[in-house]
Design a protein around this ligand. Structure first.
Ligand code: MN
Length: 230
């Protein structure tokens, strides 16, 4: 097929022992761990799940050294379990939701907290705070055949070798089947969609020159660094 311009490359995430996973959309769940909701000033018990998106090409590979993003002086890490879908649908019942999962990895929902804070204050969209270039570093995917469906696993991120965030995915307010079911009532989910499932407490800022290493135990690890400003 001919295109008016050279088509942009397909965003992908590597798969352990297989071909790369093509990314269609990246959905993100907000405030899905009670202690993180509290640290952001919200009551975790009264809110249904809510979602925002990052562009597919915000994915950054494990092992990358990336430039510190522009227009922020408060770039936060949010370490999250990532779910990759191999099947889509609408109004997917909770008890069938896991049949739609291809596999799992760990990701960072990097956040320009200053821009997000300004957007919240002014009632504006979160895109500049969340949907920026290289804003979704990801580890390699592990297939369901390989690791099953994790529901109890340590999740953590260290910055320059010091512990920053530490939790367990069993602390999620909305678990993976509930999240898929709810999200599929808002959007038609498709193969290639990724869902970032929210972060435990301990979000904090990183700066140029910092190295981030995180993981979900038994699933995946992730290491990225921000280039020093020259
Ligand atoms: Mn997040």
């Amino acid at each position: 097929m001919a295109f008016a311009i050279t088509p942009p490359p397909q965003a992908t995430v590597p798969v352990v022992g297989g071909d790369p996973f093509p990314v269609r959309r990246i959905y993100c769940v907000g405030r899905n761990y009670a202690a993180h909701a509290r640290e952001m000033g919200h009551d975790p018990d009264r809110e249904p799940p809510f979602f925002f998106m990052k562009p597919a090409d915000a994915v950054t590979m494990d092992g990358s050294a990336i430039d510190y993003p522009p227009a922020t002086s408060d770039l936060h890490h949010e370490i999250e379990l990532v779910v990759a879908l191999s099947k889509g649908g609408v109004n997917i019942p909770e008890d069938q939701a896991l049949d739609h999962v291809f596999g799992y990895t760990v990701g960072l929902d990097m956040t320009r907290r200053d821009l997000q804070g300004e957007a919240k204050e002014k009632g504006r969209p979160w895109d500049t705070g969340k949907g920026f270039d290289n804003g979704a570093p990801m580890g390699a995917l592990r297939t369901v055949a390989d690791v099953g469906h994790p529901s109890d696993a340590r999740i953590w991120v260290d910055v320059n070798g010091e512990g920053r965030q530490e939790g367990n995915i069993n602390q999620m307010i909305w678990n993976v089947p509930e999240t898929i079911a709810y999200l599929s009532g808002l959007f038609e989910l498709c193969p290639g969609d990724l869902i970032m499932t929210g972060t435990p407490e301990g979000v904090a800022a990183v700066g140029p020159g910092d190295r981030l290493e995180g993981g979900v135990e038994g699933i995946a690890t992730l290491s990225i660094s921000y280039n020093s400003k020259s």
